[in-house]
Design a protein around this ligand. Structure first.
Ligand code: NZQ
Ligand code: ZN
Length: 389
C-alpha cells in the first residue's frame, strides 16, 4: 500500500425527506446563500418548493442563479462570482447533479480570488480560500457531492478541464434516493457508467499490494451491476436507488483510492469528447473505457483477468489470459449496452474527422502524458479514440 493521508470532511445526510433539513443545515454556515440549480428539473419535480420552504423556515435568505447546463460553462461561473460579491454571499446551496455542484465549486473558489477563476483549471494558481458549499443531489453519477474536484467547460476553445483542491469538498451533501426517481432513463444509465468509471480509474493501478481496496472496489462494482438494471424501469424501488446513490458517492469520495494511485486517463480523453461534442460525461466514458482497456491490458494482464473473474464471473481460460481479459471487457460492453448506452463513437454521433485534434488537445507528442497506469501520449490517445470507432 502506498502512504496516504485521508480526510473527507463532507457531512452526509442520507435518506427519505432529508432535503427538508437543508435550511437547518445551511444555517450552521450562513444566513444568506446563492441558490444554484440547472435547467428546471427541480421545479418540475417540486423539489424547489420544498427547498424554499426549508430555507424560509430556517430564516435563510437566498439569491437564485439557475441555468447550469450539463457540461457546465465558465460564463455562468463568472455570473455567479459577480452575484456573490455584489450580494455579499458566503455560501452556495447547489441543487442538482455534478454539473450544478461543479459550477458551485468554481464560483466558491472564484469569489475570494482576485484573478481569473480559470487560472485554477489551467494550473496557473491554487485557491487559498473558498466560500462554503452545501448540495442536494438529484442524480447519482459524478460523485461531486463528496469530492474535491470540479470540471468546467470554457466556451472559447471548447476546453473542458478539471481541477481539485481539499478546500472544495462540500460542507454537507443531502442524498435522498427518491429525488433521482424522476430522471430520464438515459441519465440514469449515464450516471451508472460514470460511477463505474470512477471505480475502474481507481482499480487500474500499479500500486501493490492493494487487496482491501481491490475488494472494496469489486464489491462496489458488483453492487452497481446488481442494482442498475432494477433502477432502469419506472417501478424501481427505493432500496435499489439507495444502493446506486450511495455507490456513486463512495466510488468518488476518496476512500477507495487510499493507498493506491488511480489512472484517470480515460476521464481526460472523455473531457475532449464532451468539450467539443457536448456529450453527457457518462455516455462518453462508455465509449472510451472499453477501448482504453483493450489498448492497455497487456501492461498488466493479470489485473484484467482478476476483474473479469471476480466482477464479471468470467470463467478463466487457463491457457490464455488475453481471452479471459477480453471476455471481461465484452461483458462490460454488453452491460452498458443493456442500459441503453452506446459503446462506440458512432453511437454518440461522433465522426472520425476530429480525433487527431482531440488527441492533440489531450496529450502532447512527448510531454503532458495522461494516465498513471500507462502513460498516454498523443499517439496513444489517438489509437484509443480510433479503437472506439
Ligand atoms: O438541469 P436540469 O434541468 O436539472 O436537468 C439535469 C440535466 O439535464 C437532469 N437531472 C438531474 N437530476 C434530475 C434530472 N432530471 C430529472 N430528474 C432529476 N432528479 O440530468 C441532466 C444531467 O445533469 P448533470 O448534472 O450534468 O449530470 P451529472 O451528475 O452526470 O454531472 C455530469 C458532470 O459532472 C462532471 C462531468 O464532467 C460532467 O460535467 N464530473 C464531475 C466530477 C467531480 N466534480 O468530482 C467527477 C466526474 O468524473 C465528472 O467528470
Ligand atoms: Zn466521471
Amino acid at each position: 500500500m502506498d502512504n496516504f493521508i485521508f480526510r473527507n470532511p463532507t457531512k452526509i445526510y442520507f435518506g427519505k425527506g432529508m432535503e427538508e433539513k437543508c435550511g437547518e443545515a445551511v444555517s450552521d454556515f450562513s444566513k444568506k446563500v446563492l441558490l444554484h440549480y440547472g435547467g428546471g428539473s427541480i421545479k418540475k419535480t417540486g423539489l424547489y418548493d420544498r427547498v424554499i420552504a426549508s430555507l424560509e423556515k430556517a430564516g435563510v435568505q437566498w439569491v437564485e442563479l439557475p441555468g447550469v447546463k450539463p457540461n457546465p460553462r465558465l460564463s455562468l461561473v463568472y455570473e455567479g462570482i459577480r452575484i456573490c460579491r455584489k450580494e455579499d454571499i458566503d455560501f452556495i446551496l447547489a441543487v442538482g447533479g455534478g454539473s450544478v455542484i461543479d459550477s458551485a465549486k468554481a464560483i466558491a473558489a472564484g469569489v475570494p480570488y482576485e484573478g481569473d477563476v480559470w487560472d485554477f483549471y489551467e494550473g496557473k494558481a491554487v485557491p487559498s480560500e473558498v466560500i462554503g458549499i452545501g448540495t442536494i443531489l438529484t442524480i447519482p453519477a459524478a460523485g461531486s457531492e463528496s469530492s474535491s474536484g470540479t470540471v468546467i467547460t470554457k466556451e472559447e476553445g471548447q476546453l473542458k478541464r478539471p481541477f481539485g483542491s481539499e478546500l472544495l469538498y462540500p460542507d454537507f451533501s443531502i442524498l435522498n434516493p427518491e429525488l433521482a426517481m424522476t430522471l430520464p432513463p438515459f441519465q440514469r444509465a449515464c450516471g451508472v457508467a460514470d460511477m463505474m468509471a470512477h471505480l475502474f480509474e481507481r482499480y487500474f493501478t500499479n500500486s501493490r499490494p492493494v487487496e482491501l481496496t481491490d475488494r472494496m472496489i469489486e464489491g462496489a462494482l458488483k453492487t452497481i451491476i446488481h442494482n442498475a438494471p432494477k433502477i432502469m424501469g419506472d417501478d424501481a424501488d427505493y432500496d435499489s436507488w439507495s444502493e446506486i446513490m450511495w455507490s456513486g458517492t463512495v466510488a468518488h469520495n476518496g476512500s477507495l483510492n487510499t493507498g493506491r494511485l488511480g489512472d484517470w486517463g480515460s476521464h481526460q480523453i472523455e473531457h475532449e469528447l464532451s468539450g467539443i461534442y457536448d456529450v453527457a460525461h457518462g455516455a462518453g466514458l462508455a465509449v472510451v473505457f472499453p477501448s482504453w482497456m483493450r489498448y492497455v491490458m497487456n501492461h498488466d494482464i493479470k489485473r484484467f483477468v482478476q476483474i473479469a473473474v471476480r466482477v464479471w464471473n468470467v470463467e478463466a481460460d487457463y491457457y490464455s489470459d488475453e481471452e479471459t481479459a477480453e471476455a471481461g471487457i465484452v461483458a462490460l460492453e454488453a452491460f452498458w449496452q443493456s442500459l441503453g448506452l452506446a459503446t462506440r463513437l458512432e453511437g454518440l454521433g461522433i465522426p472520425a474527422d476530429r480525433l487527431e485534434e482531440m488527441a492533440g488537445k489531450c496529450a502532447g507528442e512527448t510531454d503532458n502524458p495522461q494516465g498513471q497506469f500507462v502513460k498516454l501520449y498523443k499517439k496513444d490517445v489517438l489509437a484509443i479514440l480510433q479503437g472506439a470507432l
